[in-house]
Design a protein around this ligand. Structure first.
Ligand SMILES: [Zn+2]
Length: 135
């Protein structure tokens, strides 16, 4: 390996790779665990749209749903294709897996549409096939 590129903190990459550094980081984390978790909570509170994406990805992973990764920007572009809740046309505040993950749907952009909470509750994990999409 030739040379090390300094990180913004001025610590060389070679140093970062050492056991001593990892152990120190682990000790620091354990000592400051609560503060760290609080920072994460705060960040998610400040970035609700990223939290939404994170939660959906996590859920999809948990039930092993097929997934095609996408970015928050791509998701915004997808959702902006719809003037409102895709069921009733009203304001939306949720994102729907049109074919539910529980019914074998994929966590991918083409399966996501904006939906309002009441419509989402009514729909739940129902899936009547493509014909069922026509209200
Ligand atoms: Zn609706």
């Amino acid at each position: 390996m030739t040379g090390t590129r300094p990180t913004p903190t001025g610590i060389g990459q070679r140093y970062q790779q050492t056991e001593k550094y990892r152990a120190a980081r682990k000790r620091h984390y354990e000592k400051n665990r609560e503060a760290h978790l609080e920072r994460v909570r705060q960040w998610f509170q400040d970035n609700p749209e990223k939290k939404r994406v994170y939660d959906q990805e996590r859920r999809a992973r948990l039930i092993n749903a097929p997934a095609v990764p996408f970015t928050a920007v791509e998701l915004d572009a997808r959702l902006s294709m719809f003037p409102g809740c895709w069921v009733c046309g009203g304001d939306w505040d949720c994102i729907d897996h049109v074919k539910p993950l529980a019914a074998g749907g994929s966590h991918m952009l083409s399966n996501l549409r904006p939906i309002c909470r009441p419509c989402n509750s009514r729909k739940h994990a129902k899936w009547d096939g493509v014909e069922g999409l026509v209200a």
